[in-house]
Design a protein around this ligand. Structure first.
Ligand SMILES: C[S@@+](CC[C@H](N)C(=O)[O-])C[C@H]1O[C@@H](n2cnc3c(N)ncnc32)[C@H](O)[C@@H]1O
Length: 303
């Protein structure tokens, strides 16, 4: 497969394909902030709806050289979120993340209790233990409660920087949260709220809310906006190469950052296209040789 995109473009992009060969085309130190939320190796089956794009002169999507396409549902697919060699899958991708990160940049790695310890050791090897900054616990309270053990109601987000001490950290840009005992701090402080610790209480994406895209593993926008605002600056480049429904892209675009999103699922690409269209001036669909469906690239048109 060949990729038509060039590094150095100042457009936001959604790229369809296996992230490893795509990342290998990026220039070193070319992105400022990376957030990734890879499959968690849960041992469960994830079900996805399969779609295909076919040429149709009346289709609602405009493609390369003015060709029109329409999307057809061709059924559902399931895959087991089980990797025989999970760390072997992640390692070259995390090595690429380190390579493409700018000197003041950060990686946020979202995982859960099943794999976090193994991933922490691997990330220490790749980034250096001195570049590990925080383990953020995202705590929520939703769903069934086990009666056999303490219900697991948190995810783990590991924060690594490219440099041990020089990195972007705009705490002033952070949203503030209410004091637990506002009466103890006085009315001014109580009204202003406080900055969070490394434990972030946040609801899951509400099942009926307008944020919901229908993507099974969608993460809450509020969590990712906090990461974008504190760990990058306006105009910088934010990358998510396990992008899913594009939550990180929306967080970046809302705060005037450029986004690059990669996913190997056409369903994810379709959802991102719909979700992020309002941040794109136009979209362009390009065909890739020797494929039964077109590769999709959405980008800001140059002014
Ligand atoms: C947990 S989901 C990400 C969800 C996302 N954070 C959101 O808020 O919607 C992980 C994504 O990684 C994608 N993925 C898995 N392996 C991939 C690969 N080798 N290259 C690109 N994407 C991949 C899956 O298709 C899936 O959409």
């Amino acid at each position: 497969m060949s990729f038509h995109w060039r590094t150095g473009m100042d457009q936001s992009l959604i790229l369809y394909g296996n992230n490893l060969p795509i990342l290998q085309t990026f220039a070193p130190s070319s992105v400022d902030l990376i957030y990734i939320d890879p499959p968690f190796n849960t041992g469960k089956t994830q079900t996805r709806h399969q779609i295909s794009t076919v040429r149709d002169k009346d289709g609602d999507r405009l493609g390369f050289q003015g060709r029109r396409y329409r999307t057809v549902k061709v059924g559902s697919t399931s895959y087991a979120d089980t990797f025989d060699d999970y760390l072997g899958f992640l390692r070259p991708r995390l090595a690429e993340a380190h390579r493409v990160l700018a000197t003041t940049g950060s990686l946020f790695f979202h995982i859960d209790y099943r794999e976090v310890h193994y991933c922490k050791i691997m990330l220490d090897e790749i980034f250096g233990r001195e570049c590990f900054q925080n383990e953020i616990i995202w705590s929520y309270d939703y769903g069934a409660r086990s009666k056999q053990k303490w219900p697991a109601k948190h995810d783990n987000i590991l924060w690594y920087t490219k440099h041990p001490s020089k990195f972007t950290f705009n705490l002033v840009g952070c949203d503030r949260i209410p004091y637990m005992a506002p009466d103890l701090v006085g009315p001014v402080k109580a009204a202003r709220g406080k900055t969070p610790t490394d434990v972030w209480w946040h609801t899951i994406v509400p099942t009926n809310g307008k944020e919901k895209t229908g993507y099974a593993t969608q993460k809450p926008l509020g969590i990712l906006e906090r990461i974008v605002k504190v760990h990058s600056n306006p105009g910088e480049t934010c990358l998510d190469f396990f992008a899913g429904s594009g939550t990180f892209g929306e967080a970046a675009a809302k705060h005037n950052r450029r986004f690059i999103l990669i996913d190997s699922s056409l369903t994810a690409i379709e959802i991102m296209e719909k979700r992020l269209k309002r941040f794109l001036w136009s979209n362009l669909m390009e065909e890739t040789e020797n494929q039964s469906y077109p590769r999709v690239t959405f980008h800001l048109q140059e002014a």
